[in-house]
Write a protein that binds this ligand. Structure first.
Ligand code: NDP
Length: 305
């Protein structure tokens, strides 16, 4: 029977389902002839022992954390893009509305005893918004904001069918220049790491709102910090952080008054049911591979190595 390494805890039904197609082993077992791996991350030491490995199914939508230089080129890697896109897109829209509509601002004011409105509340309908990344999350964000009457400027490498865009561009400067609202929904790879520099971001409007539900490292840390210090009315609303395991190391950004901060809760880390659907979707894709079908979300290795 074919052998699959599973290094995440699966609920009983998924374990049984997968067990009908392959023998499930753990990373500590004999993995030499295992051909597939279901995981959150891969230990290079496991890769060294699993010499028969041909397919890696990751549970998360992002695959930037994998040790790409240790993964042999013949091993196909599949992400889990789409498995939590609906809740993450909802969260991106929530951050945009909280920032743009000054909800967090008024909440902080009122708790501090300031009850008189001191700023105008912008109307979003009829205004442009840049959506950076038109994948599973970005296209849902674009559809929702478009339904609210916003004119969506979509940025990615390839145009995407069926997304209600005002216009599409592959030029980041064109997407962001003069823009008041922008949402980051790109995957983090060798091309997008540090893509949003101070120069690019400072081309946005003085009172811009930048939402990030993707990965912190797409935004240059010192660049956004400088911009936030220079422009007190610019807001950075983000769910994702450069220090992934100790948010206190990002305290100098989190503490800024023009930052709206959430602790990576937009997707599976914020809701157990969402995490369970991610596991189900990952197992379904692994099953596609085991049945000899084309798996979804095969990651272009060239983006990472
Ligand atoms: P997808 O793979 O569906 O979409 C990624 C998008 O990024 C695509 O539109 C792709 O465009 C674009 N992209 C990648 N590289 C470039 C580039 N060099 N230039 C321009 N565009 C580029 O992923 P999802 O939408 O599902 O998720 C996006 C990211 O969000 C994930 O990679 C993950 O890091 C993050 N995420 C965060 C969560 C959270 O909890 N906050 C939860 C889930 C995901 P193209 O098709 O043209 O290559």
């Amino acid at each position: 029977m074919r052998k699959v390494i599973v290094s995440v805890r699966l609920p009983r039904d998924l374990h049984e389902e997968l067990g009908t197609m392959a023998r499930i082993v753990g990373p500590e077992d004999d993995v030499e002839d295992a051909e597939a791996l279901l995981c959150l991350n891969v230990d290079p030491e496991l890769l060294r022992r699993a010499r028969g490995l041909r397919f890696i199914q990751v549970v998360t939508a992002g695959v930037d954390h994998l040790p790409w230089h240790h993964i042999p080129p013949e091993v196909v890697v599949a992400s889990n893009a789409g498995s939590n896109a609906a809740p993450v897109a909802e969260f991106a829209v929530a951050l945009l509305l909280a920032a743009a509509k000054k909800i967090v601002h008024f909440d902080r004011n009122m708790k501090g005893g300031v009850v008189r409105p001191d700023v105008e509340v912008p109307v979003l309908s009829g205004n442009e918004v840049a959506v950076l990344g038109l994948g599973e999350i970005g296209m849902r964000v674009a559809s929702t904001l478009s339904a609210m009457g916003m004119r969506v400027v979509g940025f990615s490498r390839r145009p995407r069918e069926g997304v209600p865009l005002h216009r599409f561009t592959t030029d980041l400067g064109d997407a962001l220049s003069g823009q008041r609202y922008a949402v980051v929904a790109l995957s983090l790879n060798k091309y997008t790491r540090g893509l949003l520099t101070y120069d690019v971001l400072s081309s946005m409007a003085e009172e811009g709102v930048l939402v990030n539900v993707a990965r912190a490292e797409i935004v240059d840390r010192e660049g956004i910090r400088r911009l936030l210090l220079e422009r007190p009315r610019f807001v950075y609303a983000t769910d994702v952080w450069w220090s992934r395991d100790d948010y206190s190391r990002d305290g100098d950004v989190i503490g800024l008054p023009n930052v709206i901060a959430t602790p990576w809760v937009a997707g599976g880390y914020g809701n157990r049911g969402v995490y369970m659907s991610m596991l189900r979707s990952a197992v379904e894709n692994l099953a596609r591979y085991l049945r000899g079908e084309q798996p979804r979300n095969v990651v272009p290795r060239e983006d990472y190595v």
